[in-house]
Design a protein around this ligand. Structure first.
Ligand SMILES: [Zn+2]
Length: 294
């Protein structure tokens, strides 16, 4: 889009920000700073904020949204969808990266406004339906809780979600939550008619949060094993377009300006994906070793 349209949308966002959004100690400005929506590839669009990623997949039979983010994110996501020329009410299916409030607190409102169905990985269903009160780490922390939402379809590792000719696959990459989900789909290459499709990977979260007990965790005994199998899965996924639940995972702040300057393949980054997964795995292993020594 041209600069004037970009600025216009930016102003529209600035004017509509809630005056006194509830803030948690985890929240950073990048979570709530609006970002201009844009097309990543094919029928896949970015409709998140600077750092809280949300993805719209547009099909002739309606649209799929990945992540509802904060309660205050819902009006921003709606504006992003509409700024791209699509209808909020065309969202038929809502998916999430994992059941933490920064990716799913907006779900209850978004489902009500759009009439979409909510599909969630089996092991995160209880967390989502309890508003975070059955989370293994944050069950007793009201700051991390969020409005409850009903799950319409329970997903499992390898489940397919299909709509209007597009199919996404849910990969269980647990540890960060019990049901952390990495989404994959294919998109056509940008301009080469006979090129192979591009494999898109949207990482659910490979991160070990501060305070997570990897050893002797009574609430989540298999946490370390789950992280390990999650990393094994991430290593196996073919990836051309590298995305994730937070823009910071895949360097959106550096890649978006390249996209805006005309590089439509700015998010094609197979080497960056491999490096990120390996670096996060080393961080997990270092934390595991530290806790095992205690
Ligand atoms: Zn999280």
């Amino acid at each position: 889009m041209n600069l004037r349209r970009f600025l216009g949308i930016a102003l529209l966002f600035a004017a509509s920000l809630p005056l006194a959004a509830a803030k948690t100690s985890f929240e950073t400005p990048a979570w709530t700073n609006p970002a201009a929506p844009f097309r990543i590839a094919g029928n896949l669009y970015y409709v998140g904020s600077e750092d809280l990623a949300a993805y719209l997949i547009v099909t002739p039979q309606g649209d799929i949204l990945i992540n509802s983010n904060l309660e205050s994110s819902v009006p921003l996501i709606k504006q992003s969808v509409e700024a791209l020329g699509f209808k909020f009410s065309d969202i038929k299916i809502l998916l999430i990266s994992h059941g933490h409030f920064d990716h799913c607190a907006g779900s209850a409102a978004l489902l009500k406004q759009t009439g979409a169905k909510y599909y969630v990985m089996d092991a995160d269903v209880s967390v989502v339906e309890s508003g975070g009160k059955t989370d293994f780490a944050y069950d007793a922390d009201p700051e991390m809780h969020f409005p409850v939402a009903h799950v319409d379809r329970v997903l499992h590792d390898g489940s397919k979600v299909s709509l209007g000719g597009t199919t996404l696959t849910a990969h269980l990459t647990a540890g960060h939550t019990r049901g952390t989900t990495t989404w994959t789909l294919d998109e056509p290459a940008s301009d080469k008619a006979n090129a192979q499709p591009l494999h898109v990977v949207i990482i659910g979260s490979p991160n070990v949060n501060a305070g997570y007990k990897l050893v002797g965790n009574k609430a989540y005994p298999q946490i370390a094993e789950d992280y390990k199998s999650g990393f094994a899965t991430l290593h196996q996924l073919p990836c051309d377009i590298f995305l994730g639940a937070h823009g910071g995972y895949f360097g959106i702040a550096a890649k978006y300006p390249k996209w805006k300057a005309g590089d439509k393949d700015a998010f094609v980054d197979p080497a960056g994906y491999k490096a990120y997964v390996s670096e996060r795995e080393r961080a997990f292993q270092a934390e595991l070793a530290r806790q095992e020594k205690k």
